[in-house]
Structure formats: structure tokens, C-alpha cells
Design a protein around this ligand. Sequence first.
Ligand SMILES: *Cc1c(COP(=O)(O)O)cnc(C)c1O
Length: 225
Amino acid sequence: MIDPAPHTHLDSIRTRIAAAARIARRKPEDVTLIAISKTHPAETIAPLIAAGQRVFGENRVQEAQAKWPELIANAPDIRLHLVGQLQSNKADDAVALFDCIHSLDRPSLVTALARAMDKTGRQVPCFVQVNIGDEPQKGGCTIADLPVFIAQARAAGIPLAGLMCVPPAGIESAPFFALLGKLADDNGVAAGLSMGMSDDFETAIMLGATHVRVGSALFGARAPL
Ligand SMILES: *Cc1c(COP(=O)(O)O)cnc(C)c1O
């Protein structure tokens, strides 16, 4: 079902983000809300833009290419983040469209993104995605490989924004958020932590999230794929 008034959810999400930040003695403006608009059509997204939301996230390059150029033409200060797995052969398209990539997770993608950034001269900050629950079906660099992988990304000249994770479903996510923060400290990429979704973004903020990725709490439930 399409939610008739996603902007009313926006106010409440912003209030909850600010409250969580205050409890953690952080500044609300140090937490970026990424509105995850995957599967939702432009008509559903437009009210959020009208309400002042400027940072959006998509998980498929092709879907974003179809939806966003027109929306961005009307609001050029929109920033678009890619939060889904990226195939190396889409690296050029991703670098051209997105302002930030949250799914850098393997050496072949480092190579492809570094080449795309060289070619276009566009430097797109990337979060290294960590497979924080060691789940075989999920993307992300393993914790064991993380130090070497970060060194590879740095050597290739990729601008690193920090670390990102999607914890295992159905169990408490706080320990995984805490672990991601520790890994960021240990590896000297403490700048950003992309963690927290509709069900756990307040917990993530208390544990240091700088970017929360909120979809269904803003837009309502997505239609099944
Ligand atoms: C879909 C998605 C989200 C948003 O999930 P909600 O539970 O709808 O808030 C966040 N991060 C990633 C990587 C996603 O794919």
C-alpha cells in the first residue's frame, strides 16, 4: 500500500533522531538521515523532497537512473547514496549518479570504482561494508579481511567515508553496532558509521551512527519484490 503522507513520518523520525542524539550527548546534526526510497515511485518521494529531505538512498543502479535525474533537476542539492550490492560492471554508472557508496566490499570493486573515479574525475566517498554477523548470504568484507581490504582501498585512492553494516535479522543489533564502532577505531576509519534502519536507528545513534538508513518507517512497507 502506498502511504498517503510520508512527510508526516519525516517529522516524527527527525524528532526521534534528535532525541536519541541528545541522550547520547551528540549533536542531532551529526547524524545524517538517509531516506531509503527503493521500490517507491517518484510521486511518493516528491512530498519528502517538498518537506525538505535532501539525502536519499537506493539499492539498485538501474532503478535510481530511471527515477532520480528528473527529481534532482528540480532540487539540485539532493544527495543520492547507494546502499545495495554493486556489480563491478555498474561502477561507472554508480560513480556518475551517486554521491556516496555504502557497499564497497571486495577487491574487484575497489579496482572498478578507482578506475571509474579516475576516468570521470568525480571522487565519490565510499563506506566499507562489513559482514558483521559473518552471514554467508550477505555482502560485506569479513572482519578477518578488513585491515588488508582497507589498505587496498586506500592504496587505490578511494576516499573512505567509514564503515557500514547490516546486522543479522531477528536478533538484537546493539552488539553488532558496537562491534562496527570498535572496528572503525581499530582501523583508523572512525569518520563515519553507516548503521541503523527503521527498527533500530535510535540504538545505532546511541552507539555512534553518523548515517542512519531509514526506509519503511518513512515510506510505509515496501511491496514484496
Ligand atoms: C532497504 C534497506 C534499508 C532500509 O530498510 P528499512 O528497514 O525499510 O528501514 C537500509 N539499508 C539497506 C542496505 C537496505 O537495503
